[in-house]
Write a protein that binds this ligand. Structure first.
Ligand code: HGY
Ligand code: MN
Ligand code: MN
Length: 414
């Protein structure tokens, strides 16, 4: 039957092509939100969308949508939406986010050329700033789209490089005109690499993602006194660097002792004056706390706050914190999760229900539409790393599951 499977060669070729865009002189893939390289990625994606005959729409926060409205769907208002992101972290792999966007485009092209006539429009979105590396919070474009953050407030966000998001979107030509949320999805399905070890370890091809853990991001600033590394006795130091190091070990010990799969990460840290023979006067760093259980996440946040107060007294430093992002755990739509399992079984693939450890745009779109995710295995669970890899057969299998689920969700008005 035509259109019963995606065009593997086209999808795999596009993943490699998009994955080659935005590499620095050392070959590292870096497409931070609203940067010049993000523009190049966006330009490539929108050219593919136009070649596929889709209407391309960009909203005010720069979310990009490829829209297919076939004759039978013209009257229907609520589209079936797929999506993810094409912005990356620093020195990224080529699949995180891009796989879901390109597979969504591939599904539309396969259905369109296969003569399928959906009852509703089908859309694929690439949401702005999912990674949150340059501008916090992460999942920003989908958060704004789902009404969780005012668009003008988001556009005013100052980045880690001092840039302003709205200015950068205008500079790269992606400050769109559509109001975020201009298309309220009938349902949303996101295909993504697992970015964890479970599927590979269990030899399961498909993850039917039923929930996603809560995320807490904050910036911590510790201020002490610069002093001479050689002459200042330990007892007289107000060492911001030492205090920061104690926070890292505190977080690790708490996470290891937690009764739930709590994770804690200090991913970014800066010292001032950052000199080999000067006791740091200031340490600025980020804390990323996550837990599938909201009460546990709250408990971890208050345990950290309490520890920071104790630490400030012990090390005679001052400590301040700034919230950067806070998202509660999200449960996905059980009917769509079941549809993923049925689709996998129909193709003779093993699937398992699972929780997402990573944040995703589906976490935000679930606020406005029934949503769910499909995972495919990540080799050794590696992601946010150029070694990120998923075998071609798994990539194509996942895209075919997305195809089958989308076909089911648009074959009739339910
Ligand atoms: O942080 C996350 O989980 C996602 O990669 N933005
Ligand atoms: Mn992602
Ligand atoms: Mn990511």
């Amino acid at each position: 039957m035509t259109g019963s499977s995606v065009n593997a060669k086209r999808l795999l070729g596009r993943l490699l092509e998009l994955g080659s865009i935005g590499r620095d002189d050392n070959g590292r893939l870096i497409r931070l939100a609203a940067s010049d390289t993000d523009k190049l990625g966006r330009d490539c994606l929108t050219s593919w969308m136009r070649e596929a005959g889709l209407e391309v729409a960009v909203d005010r926060i720069g979310n990009v949508f490829g829209i297919w409205t076939p004759s039978g769907a013209a009257g229907s208002t609520k589209p079936l939406m797929m999506g993810s992101h094409i912005d990356t972290v620093i020195n990224a792999g080529i699949f995180d986010g891009c796989y879901g966007v390109l597979s969504g485009l591939e599904v539309i092209e396969t259905l369109k050329t296969g003569g399928f006539d959906p009852v509703r429009p089908i859309v694929v979105g690439a949401f702005t700033n999912e990674e949150g590396v340059r501008y916090a919070p992460d999942m920003m474009g989908s958060l704004v789209y789902s009404g969780g953050l005012d668009v003008d407030e988001a556009l005013a966000t100052v980045g880690t490089d001092g840039s302003v998001l709205g200015d950068e979107l205008a500079r790269i030509g992606y400050a769109g005109t559509h109001e975020p949320g201009f298309m309220q999805p009938h349902a949303y399905v996101e295909l993504h690499i697992e970015q964890g070890p479970l599927l590979e370890r269990e030899g399961v091809a498909v993850g039917a993602v039923e929930n996603l853990q809560g995320i807490s991001w904050q910036k911590v600033t510790i201020e002490g006194d610069a002093n001479h590394a050689g002459t200042t006795p330990i007892s007289m130091r107000r060492d911001a660097g030492l205090a920061a190091a104690r926070v890292i070990t505190f977080l690790r010990e708490r996470a290891k002792a937690s009764i739930t799969p709590t994770v804690a990460t200090v991913g970014r840290m800066e010292f001032e004056p950052n000199a080999i023979n000067v006791i740091p006067s200031k340490a600025t760093f980020t804390v990323d706390l996550r837990d599938p259980d909201e009460d546990r996440l709250l408990a971890e946040e208050s345990a950290l706050a309490e520890y920071l107060n104790k630490l400030a007294a012990e090390e005679q430093v001052t400590i301040s914190t700034e919230r950067l992002a806070r998202f509660k755990p999200v449960a996905f739509n059980s009917n769509i999760v079941a549809a993923v399992e049925v689709a996998a079984a129909a193709r003779g693939l093993k699937s398992r229900r699972m929780t997402s450890g990573a944040g995703h745009d589906a976490q935000m779109i679930a606020r406005i539409a029934p949503s769910a995710m499909i995972f495919v295995p990540s080799i050794a669970g590696i992601s946010h790393n150029p070694k990120e890899h998923t075998p071609d057969a798994d990539l194509i299998a996942g895209a075919n599951i997305l195809l089958d689920v989308v076909r089911k969700l648009t074959a009739s008005e339910d």
